[in-house]
Design a protein around this ligand. Sequence first.
Ligand SMILES: Nc1nc2c(c(=O)[nH]1)N[C@H]1C(S)=C(S)[C@@H](COP(=O)(O)OP(=O)(O)OC[C@H]3O[C@@H](n4cnc5c(=O)[nH]c(N)nc54)[C@H](O)[C@@H]3O)O[C@H]1N2
Ligand SMILES: Nc1nc2c(c(=O)[nH]1)N[C@H]1C(S)=C(S)[C@@H](COP(=O)(O)OP(=O)(O)OC[C@H]3O[C@@H](n4cnc5c(=O)[nH]c(N)nc54)[C@H](O)[C@@H]3O)O[C@H]1N2
Ligand SMILES: [Mo]
Length: 759
Amino acid sequence: MTTHLTHWGAFEASSDGERLTSVRPWSGDPEPMPLIENVASAQHHVTRIDQPHVRRGWLENGPGATPRGAEPFVPVSWERALALLSGELGRVYQQYGAEAVYGGSYGWASAGRFHHAQSQLHRFLNCLGGYVRHVNSYSLGVSAVLLPHVIGELDWVMRHATAKTVLAARSELVVAFGGLSPKNAAVSPGGVSRHNARTWIAQARARGCRFVSISPLRDDTPSEGAAEWIAPLPGSDAAMMLALAQVLDAEGLADKDFLREYTVGYDRFAEYLRGARDGVTKDPEWAATITGVPADRIRMLAREMAAARTLVTVSWALQRAQYGEQPLWLGVVLAAMLGEIGLPGGGFGHGYGSTAGLGEPARIPVPRLPQGGNGVETFIPVARIADMLLNPGVPYRYNGHDLVYPDIRLVYWCGGNPFHHHQDLARLRTAFACPDTVVVHDAFWTATARHADIVLPSTMSIERDDFGVGEGDRMFFPMPALTRPHGAARDDHWMFAELAERLGVGKEFTEGRTVDEWLRHLYEDWRLIQSAAGHDLPGFDQFWASESIELPVPEADQVLAAQFRDDPDRCPLTTPSGKIEIFSETIDGFGYPDCPGHPVWLEPEEWLGGPAAARFPLQLVANQPRTKLHSQLDVGAHSLSAKIGGREPVRLHPSDAAARGLGGGEIVRIFNGRGSCLAGLIIDDAVRVGVAQLSTGAWYDPDPADPTFCRHGNPNALTADRPASTLSQGCTGQLALVQIERYSGVIADVTVRCPPATS
Ligand SMILES: Nc1nc2c(c(=O)[nH]1)N[C@H]1C(S)=C(S)[C@@H](COP(=O)(O)OP(=O)(O)OC[C@H]3O[C@@H](n4cnc5c(=O)[nH]c(N)nc54)[C@H](O)[C@@H]3O)O[C@H]1N2
Ligand SMILES: Nc1nc2c(c(=O)[nH]1)N[C@H]1C(S)=C(S)[C@@H](COP(=O)(O)OP(=O)(O)OC[C@H]3O[C@@H](n4cnc5c(=O)[nH]c(N)nc54)[C@H](O)[C@@H]3O)O[C@H]1N2
Ligand SMILES: [Mo]
């Protein structure tokens, strides 16, 4: 058996050279994930792309904005595809320059450091002069912008998060906004070796630590935590957090010494809590009317938090919403008021239930493919993709900058699926009709590939040699190819090398190395640097022959901001004041009404407490899927096993199902003013009343006559393409208001599980 790494875990497999004949979890994994079953079952699915394809209209009429997503594709040879594409790249770069190429190409692609799809694309486009890039992520669009103003760079908050082993040993109370989802914490970009999402929680619980899970879904926190479940209206956490802060303030429970020494701006914030200007005290009675959580429970919780070593942790999901800055900032503020930032087991955390890597102590850095320099300065915040394509030349604001959308002629996507990940997919489809040319590399006929002009078939990671290690993970795996490529699929690197050659930059792109030579070169280069830093690592041949190697971890018991606490003058934070900013002069100075200088309660446009709920009285929670990573391998066996009538499952509380006369297992229609989709109903009292949970990931399957209607169950047919705020311009895909009814139409087949029409 040979070991292989995916974003959701390592496995051991045997193969007959064409397919995996048996797959079992890596022997070192104490909590293996069934997601690994998707790999072998998807590999030769009919939706694998087996050769290059070109959209018929593009082939016949050349570059241009004829409708994308409806026409048949023409299969072409590699030679023809590469000639057409290199010709088109040459044309666009020559005629319009690098500013006309969007190469942001957001997406997770596959594990493996060398064949990392985005890195390969960026390196290639940089050889041609550069590209318009993206900043930030769909994951953490708000956090990446807000946290540097408030406590420190996102990367620092993530990498130096208090270790889970420390929480297991020291926390007395864990208050988890958004829960501690074990399915999410099973995944990390680049891979996970030893899953431990449940282990640390079980250990802490056995020692007497209490867990409070604040979330619309009971199963957002694993049963090992025996958590108390509190379910405020989704999107209202900021109000509950303000009330917790108000109790600490009013009852003298806030740590004044900590606030004086380590923070700035508490007084301005406290005035707001006390209602000095607006006459509204943000007390638990006030919050109860907004959140639906009883005032007594909020008041008691504040006292419990003040009495115990308490971790306040905020899931990434809370900031993936309109005004997502507010609950995140308040998480930091609450932890600061409790005075335990920098102490083991207390303080602030961000995403213990969002990724496997958080709370894994920082290990030494790992090899990466150099991407070269980008000659273009223009960028967009990642979730502004549709805005950019629809509004060339239009100004907009972001984090203190006045920016202008560029005029994009060519969109190049390699390793991502915007027709899965972006909000309001019908709007994205209109946006994708704007450029001259759309190029997509993928292994599968995703909805994005179906909206392209030139589609090139990539290998899966099991079909190529690579090495891999996850963010925060300490096991570094060789990843030799397990099978030959499907059909005529090729590695992205090979495609870019061929294109680079035709465009006269072959040498710059490959530096004259084969893939084998690159792997050895990147590894040995890295080993040399590590050895100078005192880390002794095996040579490449020994590594390649091994099953995996363990990377050194300098400080196993890390605690976030411990050095700052010990010596705030010598180890200041990277914020403007060097301290935690409860009031930010910088943000205040931007003057954005949707994100003022200290955290506040702002009523979102789509929440159950607002007027829009009269028409659409259910809050859709579009969270991460349990049976797959995003849209990846949605045709795999494990993902398919959860579908109902071939559709993605939606969960509803028994009372909400009864009120609509709906039964479990029915196909329902979920709709709002933007769009609609079908889904298979599950009735479950683990869901808060008023909430409908439909996870992301079902491949978008638009009705040919109506792109706002997805027949499969992609929640982004329903979500709004609306930024979190002017500050972050972050993605807000987590929440939307909807209504649900029995589907009375003819239940059409899901066509996205078949290849598109060819001619
Ligand atoms: N409504 C809503 N929407 C959301 C979210 C939400 O919470 N709610 N979450 C958002 C978040 S956090 C994220 S990160 C995004 C995720 O969005 P994406 O990262 O775009 O989603 P994936 O499905 O992982 O897309 C990766 C694609 O890369 C392809 N691929 C895999 N390996 C390779 C390779 O080697 N080469 C090439 N060329 N392609 C490859 C896969 O087949 C797949 O199509 O979704 C976002 N969308
Ligand atoms: N299995 C699996 N794991 C994954 C992924 C995947 O696709 N599949 N994707 C990975 C990626 S890219 C990312 S970015 C992370 C994302 O990590 P998160 O963003 O933390 O994950 P989500 O599942 O989107 O949301 C977690 C929970 O937050 C709760 N929630 C939503 N809105 C609110 C709210 O307003 N208030 C409160 N209190 N709770 C709320 C929901 O009940 C939801 O289940 O997950 C990663 N892990
Ligand atoms: Mo993400």
